[in-house]
Design a binder for this molecule. Structure first.
Ligand code: FES
Length: 106
């Protein structure tokens, strides 16, 4: 089981064991770190994260819908090159050790 590290908005560090094949949003939501309101349809923006280090490469490219949603978020919060919607990242073994910050919520 891969392990990930998540820094929440209050500055606390969370170490989570995650299931390969699940969207990253699900363990974050189960831990109470994001809301995941739309259930993973890339249409609410509540699972916005900032990947740390060079993990962007391991997590693939943004999907088209994800790109549109992040553009929409730019009016409200900072969207960075490392911004992703966690619901659009499917966990793999290669993602063991990834770290991220939860982005400010809108
Ligand atoms: Fe709604 Fe990711 S859960 S955009």
């Amino acid at each position: 089981m891969p392990k990930i590290t998540v820094f929440s908005q209050d500055g606390n560090e969370h170490s989570l064991s995650v299931q390969v094949g699940d969207p990253l949003m699900e363990p974050l939501r189960d831990e109470g770190l994001v809301e995941g309101t739309c259930g993973g349809a890339a249409s609410c923006g509540t699972c916005h994260i900032y990947l740390r280090d060079d993990w962007s490469q391991k997590c693939g490219e943004r999907t088209e819908d994800e790109g549109y949603m992040l553009e929409g978020l730019e009016e409200h919060v900072e969207v960075k090159p490392v911004s992703r919607l966690a619901c659009q990242i499917i966990l793999t073994d290669e993602m063991d050790g990834i770290s991220m910050d939860i982005a400010p919520q809108i």
